[in-house]
Design a protein around this ligand. Structure first.
Ligand code: ADP
Ligand code: MG
Length: 397
């Protein structure tokens, strides 16, 4: 579907997105820049993407009338969050191209299926996930308690609906494991061995309907309390041998899934006694990702541009990063840092720093842990980017 085209009924080429959060908002911006109209489906009247889109369908994600309306308005549809009901994507796919498809989104929604997929393609990707066991029944819990002490200390993670460290409990003993499973409501979980991480990184890949793939170099991510805090995106952010392996592994995963659209694959770097450490695949997001926000300001093509290109069947340009970058996530906490009351940060001082790019998502209410925006710092060289990032972080408390 070509940008700017008008169909027989006089309707302008329109791209749709399930979900109206900040990822949807940045997707909408990228689509509109190319001349597309956009439609967002999100029940929230104040959703960040709904507010900037040509059309905002305010229904639940599985509302039949809402889905019909979205399909009617749009020539192609994507999703901005992985917990969209797979059935909704299947319904849309009956009449419209949907990328990524319901099957791959379904895999990414469930850690058990996700890990099975990683295992199935380990031979081509060259990476495995952390040792783990599935706990779905009391009998499985008992078996793990009796036979899998190798997984302790570990992290018990719900199979579904986990994000930003939610739905996870760290456990040291078999007793703590039982308590944690009860605490999580006895739902399907995986127990994962706690690994000695030396770093974390992620790779963004875009794959087209024709199977062509482009990718960004891996970015190194720092998480605080399970939430992404800082992304380092520049040459030398991690050992180049590991970076090459991570990038190739992510591409292999995308091919193996027959994926269409932007995919983010997250990796752990673990201390395994080798020179640079070993690479372990953690999880994947079937969409643009927080760790790729720097591409908006530091690359000639952003992750959101690639999502638009992929779903619309446009050529996928290999992105080129033109500046080193550091991205700082702006959580709601920043708004309370100074006085304990909600108060805007000193943007004047932040924006006076060279190479700062402020992105706010239009969320009115700041809350601790809520992603309100991000700040990307670009500059002529890594040293100056690091210096400015430190100054900005200081101003933001
Ligand atoms: P989420 O869906 O919340 O992003 P993750 O599985 O990525 O869940 O876990 C969040 C963070 O917790 C990771 O980025 C990492 O810092 C830490 N973590 C998760 N699993 C492990 C593990 N097996 N060993 C060590 N740290 C882990
Ligand atoms: Mg994660």
């Amino acid at each position: 579907v070509f940008p700017g085209s008008v169909d027989a009924a006089g309707q302008p080429a329109t791209l749709g997105v399930m979900g109206g959060g900040q990822l949807g908002r940045m997707f909408v911006h990228a689509a509109q820049r190319l001349g597309y109209f956009t439609a967002v489906l999100d029940p929230d009247a104040q959703s960040p993407a709904g507010r900037v889109s040509h059309h905002h369908i305010q229904t639940g994600y599985d509302d039949p009338a809402g889905l019909v309306q979205l399909a009617h308005l749009c020539q192609a549809i994507t999703t901005e969050f992985e917990n969209v009901p797979a059935l909704a994507l299947q319904t849309l796919a009956q009449t419209r191209p949907v990328a990524p498809g319901a099957a791959v989104v379904g895999i990414a929604q469930n850690r058990i299926e996700e890990k099975a997929h990683f295992a199935a393609c380990a031979a081509v990707s060259g990476v495995s996930c952390a040792p783990y066991a599935v706990i779905e029944t009391p009998a499985q819990l008992q078996a793990v308690q009796a036979e899998r002490s190798d997984l302790l200390p570990g992290i018990l993670k719900t199979a579904r609906m986990g994000y930003d460290g939610k739905g996870q409990v760290r456990v040291k003993t078999a007793g703590e494991l039982a308590a944690a499973w009860a605490e999580l409501g006895g739902v399907a979980c995986v127990l994962e061995k706690m690994l000695p991480l030396t770093a974390e990184c992620s790779v963004l890949v875009a794959r087209g309907w024709d199977g062509r793939v482009v990718s960004f170099a891996p970015q190194r991510n720092v998480h605080v309390n399970g939430i992404l805090a800082v992304t380092h995106a520049y040459d030398g952010n991690m050992p180049s041998a590991l970076a090459t392996r991570a990038r190739e592994a992510a591409v292999a995963v995308a091919h193996h899934l027959g994926y269409v659209g932007v995919l983010c694959v997250e990796f752990f770097v673990v201390d395994d006694g080798s020179e640079h450490g070993g690479l372990v695949v953690n999880e994947m997001a079937p969409r643009p990702h927080n760790s790729g926000h720097y591409t908006l300001d530091a690359c000639d093509v952003s992750q959101f541009d690639l999502q638009v290109h992929a779903m619309a069947g446009l050529p996928l340009p290999q992105p080129r990063q033109h500046s080193p970058a550091i991205m700082l996530n702006l959580l709601g906490d920043v708004w309370f840092a100074a006085s304990g009351q909600q108060q805007d940060p000193d943007w004047y001082s932040v924006l006076r720093l060279p190479g700062t790019h402020l992105h706010l998502y239009g969320k009115v209410q700041a809350r601790a842990g809520r992603k309100m925006g991000h700040l990307t710092i670009t500059g002529p060289d890594v040293a100056s980017v690091k210096t400015v990032a430190q100054q900005a972080a200081g101003l933001l408390g």
